[in-house]
Design a protein around this ligand. Sequence first.
Ligand code: HEM
Length: 200
Amino acid sequence: YLVCPMNTSPYVDPHKPSQEIWEEFSMGFTPAVREVVDFAKRIPGFRDLPEHDQVGLLKAGTFEVLMVRFASLFNVVERTVTFLSGKRYSLDTLWALGAGELLNSMCEFSEKLAALRLDSDEMSLFTAVVLVSADRSGIQDLNSVEALQDKLIRGLRNLVMQNHGEESATTFTKLLLKLPELRSLNNMHSEELLSFKVHP
Ligand code: HEM
């Protein structure tokens, strides 16, 4: 089984060589990863960062960006997850196939993000903040990354303040609190990925 929704289905043919399984899986998620790169290039100021830092932020932050973008795959009301193929599976099925606490945490994250009712502009700007807030280990020009982060956070704050009336301040705070949650999902997910590689 491969219970990641970036796959077409959680079931894999046990007779298939593991290399083929990875190749098919990567055909599924590669377009999504490429979209993150294209999105990054369109963030005003991102391309002015040193190339090394652009790559570093993308490496560290792509999963977090995808998590935000694909949060709607997790349907907490119906207790289902839609895979990239469009097929839906119940949480019970995925647990039976080996998914665990991480699946729960991702559902919870998605539910809370949806509750903030962001429009598409807010979602884009939040996603840009997520990317430039990625892990900075190895970043060369920290000052420029921080300046860009500040600029994007101010933009997000202005937008949320315009759109969310009385709830503006809490909505903005809750969004910023999503950043460490995303980091922790990223870390847990990397562990799943690594252990899957070790025991395919
Ligand atoms: C689990 C790969 C992105 C959600 C996994 C596993 C792998 C993997 C190898 C372990 C599967 C298993 O043990 O059966 C990848 C790769 C990604 C990616 C290469 C690169 C784009 C994502 C994204 C999400 C996600 C963006 C969420 C939107 C999950 C979930 C699980 C999982 C829910 C199962 C967690 C659990 O066991 O509780 N992923 N994934 N993955 N992934 Fe991904």
